[in-house]
Design a protein around this ligand. Structure first.
Ligand code: ATP
Ligand code: MG
Length: 429
């Protein structure tokens, strides 16, 4: 994409009420637009990141037999009454509204009850189980605090998967598979090395639930990490008996701030009992379906990546979720240089490389470098009079440590000059 055609622009200023690093960088980069506190729109660059994150999640959910659907955001009071979750005392984040005829409706906080109702019309026999259903769908939550940018918002898309099994044993098998799928997701999105499977409070049907917590200083949670075992315990359940029962020892645990990027939860028969989702066993008895729920917020994940990986110049996107692989910069407005840069752009497109081409005129090299650092594409490729003289394009990885300044302006640490053919080999080995 040509940057001259992009309607968004980078900004030097951020809204004064914005305190989080992820919101600051994402707003300055034009990835998102703040509508109001805790409510953000995704602009072209931000949407490309979200879609890539969603696709990674989708692949991993499909790999464990998830089937994708989309449920509605408008929900009926009757759906949530059987589990006592309609009242504002029980669920304190509801946004509610009314039909013209005064019928009360809620805006989706979550979907356990609605999906249970849907599955009632399809699950009758043991032969219909197990089943796994997921969606990417907008949740509304009247959160009290909204100070963490896109990591805690009042309107956000969640990937929520729900599992339906014959019994606890069948459920546990899927639950273990989901852990691995989640670990794959966090590895593939670039935060696997700082994300820990964390024991957190359970419910009626299991002592613990499991959260996936990513270490970051701005996280709202406190966790105790055993680095050698690769697991952690949330402060909310941390005590001497818990530690011992998990086979952990207090010396080995290190306290950290972290953000919950995903969680998995054994629901048991809470919803299937209340909403009467039953199936007939091989011997003809009726049993409640055994359920679980599995959430990830793609927006929170994106914000977490920014928080955890950015440096003082801007964002550093992992290759897998970067809006573009290459940020191609043309320096100088001379025809010869621009013609050469156009050729490089066309060659990269032909090779299916995703390129953001900073073809803007009358923008200084310093500004282009600063924007490239802020926007955070994995490879910065420069075409300039000098790179042409040296026989190609100057390449620098965004996450490479800075080299001595070469006088090209802010962010202009030297890259390596290579030919376009070598560049293509580097990008498409
Ligand atoms: P938290 O404890 O952070 O409030 P939660 O336990 O209420 O989150 P769930 O309802 O289980 O979260 O939601 C599943 C996932 O959705 C979370 O792991 C997180 O990634 C994401 N999520 C939850 N609340 C928000 C929010 N307000 N804004 C953005 N993402 C969210
Ligand atoms: Mg939680």
């Amino acid at each position: 994409m040509r940057q001259s055609k992009l309607f968004t622009k980078t900004k030097k200023e951020v809204p004064t009420d914005e305190v989080s690093k992820n919101a600051e960088l994402l707003i300055r980069g034009g990835f998102i637009y703040k509508e109001m506190a805790g409510v953000y729109s995704y602009l072209p660059l931000g949407l490309r990141v979200i879609k890539k994150i969603e696709n990674i999640i989708r692949e991993e959910m499909n790999a464990i037999d998830g089937q994708e659907i989309t449920m509605t955001a408008l929900q009926e009071r009757e759906t949530w009454e059987p589990t006592n979750q309609w009242s504002d005392e029980q669920v304190d984040v509801w946004f509610k509204t009314k039909l013209k005829n005064e019928t009360e409706l809620g805006l989706a906080v979550t979907h356990e009850a609605p999906i249970t109702k849907i599955m009632k019309s399809f699950i009758q026999s043991y032969r219909d189980l197990p089943k796994f259903v997921y969606q990417f769908q907008t949740k509304f939550r009247n959160e009290i605090r909204a100070k963490s940018g896109i990591m805690r918002t009042r309107e956000f898309v969640m990937k929520d998967l729900y599992s339906f099994c014959r019994d606890e044993k069948e459920h546990n098998e899927f639950y273990e598979k989901s852990k691995i799928a989640y670990q794959n997701i966090f590895k593939r999105t670039g935060i696997g090395h700082i994300t820990y499977l964390t024991f957190a409070s359970g419910g009626m049907f299991s002592k613990f639930s499991h959260e996936f917590q990513t270490i970051t200083s701005t996280g709202e949670d406190t966790i105790y990490v055993d680095g050698s075992k690769g697991i952690a315990v949330n402060k909310e359940v941390y005590n001497d008996e818990v530690i011992e029962s998990l086979g952990l020892s207090k010396e080995n645990l290190v306290e950290n701030r972290a953000v919950e990027v995903g969680n998995i939860f054994t629901l048991g028969t809470r919803f299937s009992d209340a909403l009467e989702l039953k199936y007939q066993t091989e011997t003809g008895e009726f049993k409640s379906v055994f359920m679980g729920s599995y959430g990830i917020g793609p927006g929170r994940l994106m914000g977490t990546v920014v928080e955890a990986l950015a440096d003082d110049k801007g964002i550093i996107w992992p290759l897998s979720i970067a809006p573009f692989t290459v940020h191609l910069l043309v320096l100088g407005d001379e025809d010869s240089v621009r013609i050469e840069a156009d050729k490089v752009y066309e060659k990269l497109l032909k090779a299916d490389v995703e390129v953001l081409f900073d073809d803007r005129k009358e923008i200084s090299a310093g500004e282009k470098f600063a924007d490239a650092d802020l926007l955070g594409m994995p490879y910065r490729v420069v075409v300039s009079t000098r790179s042409i003289k040296d026989g190609g394009v100057e390449v620098k990885k965004r996450n490479e440590p800075a080299r001595p300044h070469d006088g090209l302006g802010a962010g202009g640490e030297k890259g390596k000059v290579i030919s376009v053919e070598e560049l293509l080999k580097l990008l498409k080995p």
